[in-house]
Structures are given as C-alpha cells and as structure tokens.
Design a protein around this ligand. Structure first.
Ligand code: HEM
Length: 125
C-alpha cells in the first residue's frame, strides 16, 4: 500500500524543488535550458507532475513517451545521469519521509537505467 503522505502536493513539491536545483546546476542547467525555452518551463513542470502522479499514484494524467526527448540530446552521458540521480536523491531525502523517498528513488533509478540502455543501443554501443 502507498504511504498516505504521498499525495499530489508532495509530488508538486518534489518536482518544483528538483527542477529549481537542476536549472542552477553547472552540468545539467545548460542542457535543460537548451531544450526548454523560459516560457515553456511551466508546461514542463506540469508535465513532470503528471508523469510522477501517473507513475507513483497510478493516475492517468501522463500519456506521453518519456524516452524520445532524451535520445534527442546528443551529449547525454553517464556523468549526466549520475548528477541527475544525485540531485534527485538529495531532493527527495530533503522533502519526503524515508519510505516515500525510497519510492521516488526506486522508480527514478529504474527509468534512468532503461534510458541508459536505450541510449547505448540507439548509438550502436
Ligand atoms: C523530459 C533531460 C533524466 C523523465 C526531459 C527534457 C529534458 C530532459 C531536457 C525536456 C525535453 C523537451 O521537452 O524537449 C534529462 C536529463 C536527464 C534526464 C539531462 C539525466 C541525464 C530523466 C529521468 C527521468 C526523466 C531519470 C525519469 C525518472 C522525463 C520525462 C520527460 C522528460 C517524463 C517528459 C517527456 C515528454 O515530453 O513527455 N528530460 N532527463 N528524465 N524527462 Fe528527462
């Protein structure tokens, strides 16, 4: 059963807290700013709230395909995934009780791994 404290408000706090940090990050900030225009950020953040809501609360708010935009970032590599996951871990550990932080992290790790495999495959590695 899902912990009761995991709700849309917590997802909103995690998503907004995480991307506030990412946009200021020296390694990841430029990648996001290259892909998302300033006026598009509210759309991206709303989409990421939908994504996590669908992923963790099994709502049907996200029906997109997460992989393609990542395949379209040519420089995306291991160091970016490590940084992304470090920042994500710090965010959920700061904002969520441990059992909720674990749910976020477990999902993020699995998806990051599937992205890494797909990127390697698409580059013929
Ligand atoms: C979208 C970067 C890892 C989930 C995006 C976009 C960028 C990006 C720039 C926006 C693309 C666009 O709108 O043109 C990155 C980087 C990552 C990373 C640099 C780390 C190396 C992840 C991980 C997850 C994730 C681990 C899942 C846990 C998503 C989703 C979208 C997205 C769901 C929206 C896709 C859609 O348009 O429907 N990412 N990402 N990303 N990312 Fe990531």
């Amino acid at each position: 059963p899902l912990p009761e404290v995991l709700d849309e408000a917590m997802i909103h706090a995690v998503v907004h807290g995480f991307y506030d940090g990412i946009r200021k990050d020296a390694l990841l900030g430029p990648i996001f700013d290259g892909a998302i225009a300033p006026e598009e950020w509210p759309v991206h953040l709303a989409k990421m709230c939908d994504f996590w809501s669908a992923t963790l609360l099994r709502t049907d708010r996200y029906e997109g395909r997460p992989l393609p935009p990542h395949l379209a970032i040519p420089e995306l590599g291991e160091q970016h995934f490590r940084r992304w996951l470090t920042l994500f871990r710090a965010t959920v550990e700061r904002l969520c009780p441990p059992e909720v932080a674990d749910l976020f992290l477990d999902r993020a790790l699995r998806i990051a791994h599937s992205f890494r495999l797909a990127i390697a495959f698409s580059r013929g590695e």
